[in-house]
Ligand binder design. Structure first.
Ligand code: APR
Length: 311
């Protein structure tokens, strides 16, 4: 059996880190695809990465291309093509430009890799994954948006930073849309099994929840010229690895809900089982009335974002 083939569409900031982590984990051969005028850049990046392999001795092939035909044979496609935001912009400000990118990328995947599992990162995430599904008509288990894994990782990070405890022992769940209405579910957060409500004050926990909701914006403001890339790449790899190794991981992801949590016809952050079948299942549990209200609010925000695409 040969190695798996991982196709990256978009060889910018996130794409570059994605290639590096996928290679270091030996998840499969990686092809990075970008616009024809960017072919030299992505070929250069991949050749550079090829030469980093002897240090750790990982054996995977890394190639770059400006031709979407290079998608052929891909087991998984990770999309980061499009424009990131700059200070002062919301994710929704990217809708018009990134929608055009999604349309052309969707056509290419339909032509060259119609059976690949597809993970999208392009913002505004909830609208882009919705549009991609409409453009391709792929089955719902084959398409997912990366948001919840990142938002949850940010929540865990801030909890670990505040308590000074290992990030490895933090467990938590963030549901909802990829924007300021996302829901860091306080009652799911534990450190080594101990509820965070026993470790931190209610005020501190609320501060952390608010920082989580605005974490992407905090980074955009600090960077000054682009958006987060290390953490989004790591979050995508977590999902890709679950699929490629059939791990049945439970990862919050933007999946198409058809009745789950009372959501119908929208992609939104919910706990998903990811394995060889892609999005194999959405796990459901009962929300409190207060959480249910927050879910309504985030669903309305997702609907507004989607409506802006005009699809
Ligand atoms: N096909 C292929 N690649 C494209 C296309 C296209 N139609 N349009 C743009 N690209 C490429 C660009 O040439 C660039 O190399 O996508 C890449 C995007 O890289 P960056 O500008 O560095 O953006 P990045 O930080 O990686 O973020 C990508 O993910 O998190 C989201 O908001 C973020 O929408 C943004 C996306």
């Amino acid at each position: 059996m040969g190695r798996k083939k991982i196709a990256l569409i978009g060889g910018g900031q996130i794409g570059g880190i994605l290639a590096m982590i996928c290679a270091e984990k030996e998840l499969g051969d990686v092809v990075m695809i970008d616009l024809p005028q960017m072919e030299g850049t992505v070929k250069g990046k991949m050749l550079d990465l090829m030469a980093s392999r002897p240090h750790d001795g990982y054996d995977v092939e890394l190639t770059g291309s400006g031709d979407f035909a290079a998608l052929k044979g891909a087991d998984i496609v990770l999309i980061t093509a499009g424009v990131p935001r700059k200070p002062g912009m919301t994710r929704d400000d990217l809708t018009e430009i990134n929608l055009k990118v999604m349309k052309s990328v969707a056509e290419s995947i339909k032509t060259h890799a119609p059976n690949a599992f597809v993970v999208l990162t392009t913002n505004p995430l909830d609208a882009m994954v919705y549009a991609f599904h409409k453009f391709t008509g792929f089955p719902k288990n084959q398409i997912v948006g990366m948001a919840g894994s990142l938002d949850t990782a940010r929540f865990k990070t801030f909890l670990a930073m505040e308590t000074g405890l290992s990030v490895q022992d933090v467990s938590a769940l963030v549901m909802g849309g990829h924007g300021p209405t996302m829901i860091p579910l306080i009652r799911t957060a534990t450190i080594g099994g101990v509820p965070i409500t026993d470790l931190l004050s209610a005020e501190k926990i609320e501060e952390i929840a608010e920082r989580t909701r605005e974490a992407g914006t905090e980074i955009v403001q600090l960077l000054g010229n682009g958006s987060a890339f290390y953490s989004p790449a790591a979050a995508v790899v977590e999902m890709a690895e679950a699929y490629l190794k059939d791990k049945k991981r439970v990862i919050p992801s933007a999946a198409l809900c058809e009745g789950e949590y009372g959501i119908d016809g929208y992609f939104m952050g919910v706990p998903c089982v990811i394995g060889a079948g892609g999005i194999e299942k959405i796990l459901e549990f009962e929300l409190t009335p207060e959480e249910q209200n927050l879910l309504e609010t985030t669903l309305n925000a997702v609907k507004t974002t989607v409506a802006e695409t005009g699809i």
